[in-house]
Design a protein around this ligand. Sequence first.
Ligand SMILES: [Cu+2]
Length: 473
Amino acid sequence: MTSRRAFIQSLGLTGGAVAAASVSPVAMAALPELIMKEDPNTAPPHLPRGVTGAGRPYNPVVTLNGWTLPWRMNKGVKEFHLVAEPVVREIAPGMNAHLWGYNGQSPGPTIEVVEGDRVRIFVTNRLPEHTTIHWHGQRLPSGMDGVGGLNQPQIPPGKTFVYEFVARRPGTFMYHPHADEMTQMAMGMMGFWVTHPKERHPLIDEVDRDFCFLLNAYDIDPGSYTPKVNTMLDFNLWTFNSRAFPGIDSLNVRQNDRVRIRVGNLTMTNHPIHLHGHEFMVTGTDGGPTPKGSRWPEVTTDIAVGQMRQVEFIANEAGDWAFHCHKSHHTMNAMGHDVPTMIGVDHREAAKQITDLIPDYMVMGERGMADMGEMEMPLPDNTLPMMTGQGPYGAVEMGGMFTVLKVRAEQKAGDYADPGWYKQPPGTRAYEWTGPAAEPPRAKTQGGQSMPATGKPAATEVQVRKPGPHSGH
Ligand SMILES: [Cu+2]
């Protein structure tokens, strides 16, 4: 069936699963062909809506900066082939990381099946050490749960093991090694798994757009390529699917689409994920769809370590809407997490003396850190500025776990292409006040405390240098 092969190739994938009908019995006894994807672009849905793809139809997800793994049907069993291997992942333009992942990428490809499917996954280990895969959240036989040493022997380098189970409940799942976990997860080994309901489910709504991604984090010193695997908490790259802003694709939707976003957290800390311009409902967790009576509107949902959350909303506000982790250090890239606070410190005399010795010396942070978003500071090779990204009105001053939901009336159904920046209707953008400046009342009073201060206010004068105009850097 060349049409399916052509479709796989149109997704930018190499290899290519071939439909069961055209494969000889000898071939069916062999490992499924390995399908690889090496670029970090968001692949369109694996199958158009309503297409069966030699299985039952479902409404596919779109993996942010990722893809869904094609399968082959073998006597009613959906067969997938994952290869655990070293990969090079572009974290954002200008920075590559040497990670471990699956089928050319970290994270690995998303696996999409339908409730009740019998699934067989071949896992080939091309790492320098043993591994396993744990199917996080699944109901399955204990021997398929993938905890090395507990449920199975480890998969040695060079060997292929087979996992087989029925996807018993619909929902949002993850997969990751349960072998030398600290190293292998710090190196980027993880993937997403979605089990679609086999028929209309009272707690699972049909949606127009269904996005998924994993939260992950790395500690990669500026100028180096390989994560420090012993880091426990002090990571310097906070990523959606191993991509940092501005490398994370936007979520492009049509106005009034019902949108679902599924997020799994495989970092070492929680992430309050925040959407601008809309309220969402948490419609599912690790345990499956949430009962309708338990849902309430939110604009931020905290996703703890090892958890999944799926949120849903009607994208009825046209515009460009930030979508990000609300921990401010998680919307920064490497560099600068540990620099001292310089706000209000007058460096002028010291800077003059230093620039006599080092002409390129730059003072950072005396007016706050926003200058970092625009300055052309020389960086070591292979790292990302801590605050970056250019929007239509200037520097966005973000990094890490940040992207944009783009809601457009003119976006076509099923079109995931980036529509560009939002054209704001005239008179709908914040503007500068050009009338007389008001004197702040606190300049003359002690401020708005609820009870008067006793005695005279202290005569201490704090020396703060007021921000001046940019000196042109
Ligand atoms: Cu976070």
